[in-house]
Write a protein that binds this ligand. Structure first.
Ligand SMILES: CSCCC(=O)C(=O)COP(=O)(O)O
Length: 229
């Protein structure tokens, strides 16, 4: 255990930028699976009905429709062509539920979830979970001059909401940058190259990505080290 802590401290010392995953890393998996996701499932029908005429929801519906028609080529049911909310809303509710059952990380779903959580954080229905030792680490790393950034499948808006409405108060100020699946999925090496390009001002700085799970073929990304917590 002590050895592991020393290795971790050495890794942290060697890098300039620390990038954090959220679910299972800064935040418990149970918060995401038992609070955030169920909120979307429970509220989506009402949310769509109440916000149907807003530009935000029109954009979300358009993005979901595009996503579903792309997925339709892989055998997924397309959405009805009707513009009537009475027809479309139940179909969207079923589609979003199916996407969430599959733990889809597509930007169209993540954007809609973020917009729905905005309400929930503001009205106090949800408070973002962040582990105690994460807050201590953020303080130490900031003091040591590290640049702190986030990369999560949750939308940038959802990340900012979680940290600004956390159970430890507003922690958003610790982070300089946020990345979501608009740079690509967490299982693709190209996503990390895009992030490194966005973060680096030459000469290249070293980045440590702290995450609970490494999936995909992610070797060969220069200046990036993964550590699984
Ligand atoms: C910003 S918290 C929302 C969590 C979420 O939507 C998700 O898909 C979890 O993704 P992560 O990459 O943090 O495991």
């Amino acid at each position: 255990m002590k050895r592991r802590q020393e290795d971790f401290a050495n890794l942290v010392n060697e890098v300039d930028i620390i990038m954090l995953d959220i679910e299972g890393t800064t935040t418990s998996i149970s918060f995401v699976k038992e609070e955030l996701f169920p909120y979307v499932r429970q509220e989506i029908s009402n949310y769509l009905k109440e916000t149907w005429d807003t530009q935000l929801t029109k954009d979300d519906v358009a993005a979901l429709t595009r996503q579903v028609s792309e997925d339709a080529r892989a055998g997924v049911e397309p959405l009805p062509t009707s513009h009537s909310p009475e027809v479309l809303i139940p179909a969207l509710v079923a589609t979003v539920a199916a996407m969430m059952d599959a733990d889809s990380k597509v930007p169209a779903l993540k954007a809609l979830q973020g917009h729905m959580w905005h309400r929930a954080y503001l009205n106090g229905a949800i408070t973002g979970h962040v582990y105690n030792d994460v807050v201590e680490a953020l303080q130490q790393w900031k003091k040591a001059g590290k640049r702190l950034v986030v990369y999560s499948s949750g939308s940038v808006q959802a990340q900012k909401l979680l940290f600004s409405h956390s159970c430890h108060g507003d922690l958003l100020h610790y982070f300089s940058d946020h990345f979501d699946t608009s740079v690509g999925a967490k299982v693709e090496a190209g996503s990390y190259r895009t992030i490194l390009q966005a973060l680096h001002s030459p000469p290249p700085e070293k980045v440590l990505f702290i995450t609970d799970l490494v999936k995909g073929e992610l070797g060969g990304v220069t200046n990036l080290t993964f550590i699984v917590c």
